[in-house]
Every structure is written in C-alpha cells, then in structure tokens.
Design a protein around this ligand. Structure first.
Ligand code: CTP
Length: 399
C-alpha cells in the first residue's frame, strides 16, 4: 500500500523523518510531499534518502529546470489516484486554513482536493495558534468532512511556551494510519513457520521428480503473518518468487531437508502452516551417475517420504498445526480424513481442478476445516486475502 506524507513548515518537520521510517516498518510505500516552508526546516534530500523516492516540492517544474510537460502538470492527479491514504504531519495552522477553505495553491493542498482516500492530519503549532478560534473552526470543518485529526500533545513547545501544540507521537500517528488501512498486529508474539513450494527428489545427478507448486500460497501466508506482526520462518522449496520482506528464509530442496528444517525450528514456533506440496514418494536409490538410455522401458522404484505434517501432529503441544489438502475429488471427505489422520488443527482444502484455484494461480478458492467442526467456504480471492482468512481461523481457535 502507498501513503502520501505531507510535511508542512514547522519545527516538528524533523519528526516526519521518523514517521517515514515507522510507516515503512508497516511495509507502506511513502511518497513525501513538502510545502515550501517545510523546506526551511528540513531538506527534501533527507526525505528522498529515507523514502527512496523523489520528494514532491513544487506544483510545476522549477524555473530554469526542464520545461514543464503534461506529466508534471497533472502529477497531483496521478499521485491522488495511486495512494491509499494521505497523512499530513506536521500540519500547520496555515495549511489547516487552506485545506478548510479548499484553496489549492501548492501541491499538497491540491492533492488534498484531488484525492478521495482517507486523510489524517496531525497538527503542530504554538499553543495560542492552536487554541485560536480560527484554527479550531478550521479543524471542525475538516472533521465534519471526515478528516481524521490526531490531536497534538501538551508540553514544552519550541517557542518556549507550555501547552497544547506539540506534534502527537509518531506511534499515535502510525496507529491511526494502520487502523484506517486495516493493518492489524494481532499476530504479535507469535512465531509462525510456513512451508512453501515443491520439494525435489533426485533420480540421478541431472534428473529429479518434482511438482507444479509455485509457492505463491505459502509466500502469501508468510507475508500476511509478517504484516500482522508475527516472526515468520519460511521454509521453502525451489520457487521463482521473491521472499516477502521481513521473513527468515530457509531454502531447502528435498523432503528430508524440509523435514530437518521444520523439526529444527518447530520448538520455537507457536503456529506451523504446511503449505508446501511435499513429494509423497522419492526414488528408493538416487543413481550416483547419470542414467543412460538403454532402450525399451525403464523403471524407477519409489519409496514413501516421511510425512512431516503427521510427524508434527504426533508431538503438537500447544502449537496450532495447519495442513493443506490439494484434491481433485471428494474434497470435503478427504480433508476431514486428513484432519484426523495427521492430527492437525486446520486443513485448508482446495479442488485443484477448479479454474482460479490451485497451482500457479494468482487466486485461490478453499474450504477451511477446523478441529472444532467448523467449515469456512472461502470464495475466489487473491492468495493474500485467502491467507488472511486462514490466519483469522488460527486466531479463532486460539481464543
Ligand atoms: N505433507 C507433509 N509431508 C509429506 C506429504 C505431505 O508434510 N511427505 C503435508 C503437506 O504439506 C500438506 C498435507 O501434508 O500440508 C497434505 O498433503 P497431501 O499430499 O495433499 O496429502 P497426503 O497425505 O500426501 O495424501 P494424498 O496424497 O493421499 O492426498
């Protein structure tokens, strides 16, 4: 998600730098927009370095710079359409007045008019300016329009006076932003291990058996759990996708390597989600040398791999154990049977023959079966949204 951070000209402008960092911790992309007077207090370079993006300081190109083109002239519209929230911190009395009046005389005030996303304003100013009826009336107007105001704190002010007017703490502003964007932290304190992707079983040094798992469902689960505040360990078979930010990646290849990695970390985990498509069979003896074509038929003898989920189910303790069931028929019966046989708390079943579900799809359609007899049908949605539904069920079983 993307947030525009408006910075106005006040002593507290330097605190906006910390806010950029705090919002980034929530995996938000931050586009900083500075008013002219903000640049008297802190340079755009600071924000550009922190946000990794060009800071918007002008409505039009500077005189002498490259001639304004249509792209720069309508940038406020492009930004307005690409963000999920606008937060202005610190907001000065002057900016509050301009917003209340609908004056669009710089990029920030124009962006405010052009966007329909939630707006959060964190004012900071001298106590008399704050208490002035003009400021309070402007705030009332903005509140009546649905703007969210994070009230300033009381205390010693840079002007030497004491009273209300200090910019609210970065944590309070970030909390409001998260609340409005639906960012939850309900997995804080949990350590979630997710397995993802396929496993590979060698036939000889150049050939192996594997399956069509893309890892997308497991990676979405790891991403969603990390965003909700969990420590996440992602044990992944070979996949073509990037691991989500902030997760600890443990790359593995074979079922045995996955088993070892899972058992090594299991004791530290409160939740284990086995989204990996683990090979059920492997060659009984991998050939040390490349098998030569000999004509006629060839046979590879297979042996069963260890069932990692069932092994975990036998020593589950207080952990919540989630398994997946990729089925092509009798989905509900097979899923309920797996719930029992593997000692899992949840089985997430999907019919991989359905369009919009299963291997390599961007979306999934699943049914969640829980040990307390609950069944939740999750219609077609992105794998990230499915992941959040699964996490919701885990928390429900916890409570
Ligand atoms: N699983 C596992 N270890 C294996 C095989 C599967 O941990 N050796 C896990 C998968 O990660 C998944 C669940 O078990 O969470 C179900 O896997 P699936 O292959 O659908 O079920 P199986 O038990 O192998 O049964 P079947 O192939 O008969 O459907």
């Amino acid at each position: 998600m993307r947030v525009a951070l408006g910075v106005c000209g006040g002593i507290a402008a330097y605190k906006a730098a910390e806010l950029v960092r705090r919002l980034q911790q929530e995996r938000l992309e931050v586009q900083v927009v500075m008013t002219r007077s903000a640049q008297q207090f802190i340079t755009p370079l600071t924000f550009a370095a922190l946000s990794g993006r060009k800071v918007i300081t002008e409505m039009f190109a500077e005189p002498g710079a490259a001639p304004a083109n249509i792209d720069s002239a309508i940038e406020h519209i492009a930004v307005a359409q690409s963000i999920d929230l606008l937060v202005i911190a610190p907001a000065t009395a002057n900016t509050l007045a301009r917003l209340a009046q609908g004056i669009a005389d710089d990029f920030l005030s124009t962006l405010y008019l052009a966007t329909k996303v939630p707006v959060v304003i964190a004012p900071a100013m001298n106590v008399n300016m704050w208490e002035h009826p003009a400021t309070q009336e402007n705030l009332e107007k903005l509140r009546a329009r649905g703007v969210h105001v994070v009230e300033p704190d009381e205390g010693y002010l840079a002007c030497g006076m004491t009273g209300a007017g200090r910019l609210a703490g970065v944590e309070s502003i970030a909390k409001k932003v998260c609340e409005l964007l639906g960012i939850r932290h309900d997995f804080e304190g949990e350590t979630v291990l997710v397995t993802a992707g396929p496993t590979c079983e060698d036939v000889d040094p150049v050939r192996f058996l594997t399956n069509r798992s893309s890892g997308k469902m497991g990676y979405a689960l790891a991403d969603a759990a990390a965003r909700r505040g969990a420590r996440v360990i992602l044990v992944s078979g070979p996949v073509q996708i990037e691991p989500p930010a902030g997760v600890e990646l443990v790359p593995v290849r074979t079922t045995e390597e996955m088993r070892r990695a899972v058992l090594d970390h299991a004791a530290a985990c409160t939740v284990i989600i086995k989204a990996a498509a683990v090979a059920d069979y492997r060659p009984a003896a991998a050939q040390p040398k490349k098998m030569k074509r000999s004509g006629g038929r060839a046979t590879i003898e297979l042996e069963a791999t260890p069932d990692i989920l069932a092994e975990l189910g036998r020593a589950k303790g207080n952990r919540i154990l989630v398994g997946f069931a990729a089925e092509t028929d009798r989905v509900a019966d097979n899923a309920r049977e797996k719930l029992r046989a593997k000692g899992a708390d949840i089985i997430v079943a999907n019919d991989v023959t359905c369009e919009g579900a299963g291997f390599d799809a961007e979306t999934n359609i699943v049914t969640i079966f829980t040990r307390d007899g609950h069944t939740v049908d999750v219609p077609q949605m992105s794998k990230f949204d499915v992941a959040n539904r699964i996490l919701d069920e885990i928390l429900r079983l916890r409570s």
